[in-house]
Ligand binder design. Structure first.
Ligand SMILES: *[C@@H]1O[C@H](CO)[C@@H](O)[C@H](O)[C@H]1NC(C)=O
Length: 401
């Protein structure tokens, strides 16, 4: 046994050291890239791709855990466009943008097994996925990054100016003047978050907040060239699953709860461990999602909130927890016991309150709520929160080594 694992480790180490670190892959915005790690013989527990971007920020791109068959893509930079082959570890990223440039590291069962380098350049004809949606607003969430790449302009000779128009306020964002040293100036709130590509005129703003919403107009040599519209919405809340039982022990009713303030037009997507099962439009959000027992205790359910700019997913509700015999969780039992204690104490108090005049006056002066209204007994609810497994949630911060 010891020999087998030794030789496997040896073979993998050999494969890793023998396979050269791949050279730099060059792509254009909108392209798809694939990185295939060297073949391996060990059985897979976890496979993870991390990304180190141009500013040396390290984030988790995608993680696959074979124990619970879970796929985790925590960062908006990779959500919806990234996939992993669960047999070979091959990474695929579609709709590339410049922010995908940098180093990609493949880790198998926690050990580094390959490194790749990617350089994404702006497309010449402005064929950048986002710019294709001409006239449509760019929809982003707080914390994300946006790039406006102007089309149809040859070259500025005297000036380039980006202005931001929000309501009645027009402010300058960035200015390029070859006579200045340095030639690029950023203004006000954009000073530390904006960058300008001097050759293409592309404006990039990172760490977006709601106040950055509005119009962005680009002027070249004093002539207005193009306007982009940006809508930045609040970061999506993380939804939670609530379970309700009925008369049928083989059926549970799930609700997807979330704090929807500041959000509209969100979709709820229900999935089990293999696929998406149902999408609920905003007007259907108070409907239950009905789950029938399938006798696969490892199956789990999640609900996700989806906006045009992002997606957040609840913790996993495993089938084995959803169909637990007892309808009452520990929380509900504790709630009932506390209610009973409150009722008993209340009763004893009320007895003294009626019979002992000193106590009566004392209480009457201190607790104005006793004048008229009896204290309401604590309510217990039939709805029980499902004990959810701690799993690599979609909002887990990127971890270091
Ligand atoms: C998930 O749901 C689909 C469609 O109902 C079903 O075919 C599949 O078996 C389910 N997955 C699991 C693991 O139960």
């Amino acid at each position: 046994m010891a020999f087998v694992s030794f030789s496997t480790v040896f073979v993998s180490v050999m494969l890793f050291t023998v396979s050269p670190v791949a050279g730099k892959t060059e792509k254009t915005e909108g392209d798809t890239v694939e990185f295939t790690p060297a073949e391996f013989t060990v059985s897979i527990t976890t496979m993870e791709w991390t990304h180190v971007d141009k500013s040396s920020n390290k984030i988790k791109a995608i993680k696959w855990d074979s124990r619970d068959q879970s796929l985790n893509i925590p960062n908006p930079r990779f959500k919806k466009i990234t996939s992993i082959d669960t047999k070979t570890g091959k990474l695929t990223i579609e709709s590339l943008t410049k922010e995908h440039s940098g180093q990609y590291k493949f880790e198998l069962n926690g050990e580094t097994k390959g490194e790749f380098s990617l350089e994404v350049s702006g497309s010449k004809e402005g064929g950048f996925t986002e710019a294709k949606r001409k006239g449509e607003p760019f929809k982003k969430e707080e914390g994300q990054e946006v790039s406006f790449l102007p089309k149809d302009f040859a070259k500025a000779t005297q000036s380039m100016i980006w202005k931001h128009i929000a309501g009645l306020d027009t402010t300058r964002v960035a200015e390029w003047d070859p006579k200045d040293e340095p030639p690029v100036t950023f203004h006000g709130q954009f000073r530390n978050i904006a960058s300008l590509d001097e050759t293409t005129g592309q404006l990039t703003i990172k760490n977006l907040v709601e106040e950055h919403s509005g119009k962005y107009t680009f002027y070249v040599d004093g002539v207005e060239k193009e306007t982009f519209i940006l809508v930045v919405s609040k970061r999506l809340p993380i939804p939670t699953i609530e379970r309700d039982t009925g008369n049928n022990p083989n059926i549970v009713y799930l609700k997807c709860n979330y704090d929807g303030s500041g959000h509209k037009d969100l979709l709820i997507i229900w999935s089990n461990s293999t696929q998406e099962l149902r999408t609920m439009k905003p007007e259907e959000h108070d409907k239950s999602f009905i789950v029938e027992k399938s006798n696969n205790p490892d199956n789990y359910y999640t609900c996700s909130l989806k906006s045009p700019a992002g997606r957040e997913t609840s913790l996993k509700a495993y089938e084995r927890d959803l169909f637990k015999e007892s309808g009452l969780g520990e929380g509900a039992i504790a709630g009932i016991i506390i209610s009973i204690i409150i009722l008993i104490c209340g009763g004893v108090g009320a007895f003294f309150y009626k019979t002992n005049s000193v106590f009566h006056d004392l209480i009457h002066d201190r607790f104005s709520c006793l004048r008229g209204n009896a204290p309401a007994p604590t309510e217990t609810n039939a709805n029980v929160n499902v004990p959810l497994r701690n799993s690599p949630s979609s909002t887990q911060p990127a971890d270091g080594d």
